[in-house]
Design a protein. Structure first.
Length: 165
């Protein structure tokens, strides 16, 4: 493990456990914070992103940003939550049109799905959160979180239930 890195997990979490961890992140993490959510389709990236936003105090609808690429939400305490989905990004340089250079400052909570689409442009100070489906049809996700560049602390992963492994 490199200097400035910490690792949480791996842990096997059900969807309710993943949501609870996401809400805990949103409620306790100290902004600015960037979470790069990594995993295949259906791995739980959007579930985790919505839970973090709810934990930060965002109310109202939280649609997937798949077609808009980015949604911005105001939360209590001057926190701004940005939810980006880079799946449809054709060129990594297109992130600059999304206000990329201003993300992750001040009281921002930045949630990035499909960060691989702009890997070379990701901020050095972030969490890479890996969500994996351990086997087809599994009711749990294998979750590992790796802090990069001295990212602020995250709450610990819940104790895994082991259901459906």
């Amino acid at each position: 493990m490199a200097v400035g890195e910490a690792v949480l997990g791996p842990a096997l979490l059900t969807e309710p456990e993943l949501e609870a961890w996401g809400r805990a992140i949103g409620a306790t993490a100290q902004p600015p914070i960037v979470l790069a959510l990594r995993g295949e389709l259906g791995a739980g990236k959007s579930v985790l992103a919505r839970a973090v936003a709810r934990g930060a105090g965002v109310s109202g609808p939280l649609p997937s940003p798949t077609f808009n690429l980015v949604y911005r939400y105001e939360a209590p305490g001057g926190v701004t939550v940005y939810h980006l989905d880079l799946y449809r990004l054709e060129d990594p340089e297109d992130v600059w049109e999304l206000g990329w250079d201003e993300l992750g400052e001040g009281r921002d909570v930045v949630l990035i799905e499909w960060p691989e689409r702009a890997e070379s442009l990701l901020p050095a100070r972030r969490w890479d959160i890996y969500l994996q489906i351990p086997k087809p049809g599994a009711a749990v996700r294998r979750v590992t979180a790796v802090a990069r560049g001295g990212a602020p602390e995250l709450p610990p992963l819940p104790t895994a239930s082991g259901a459906g492994t």
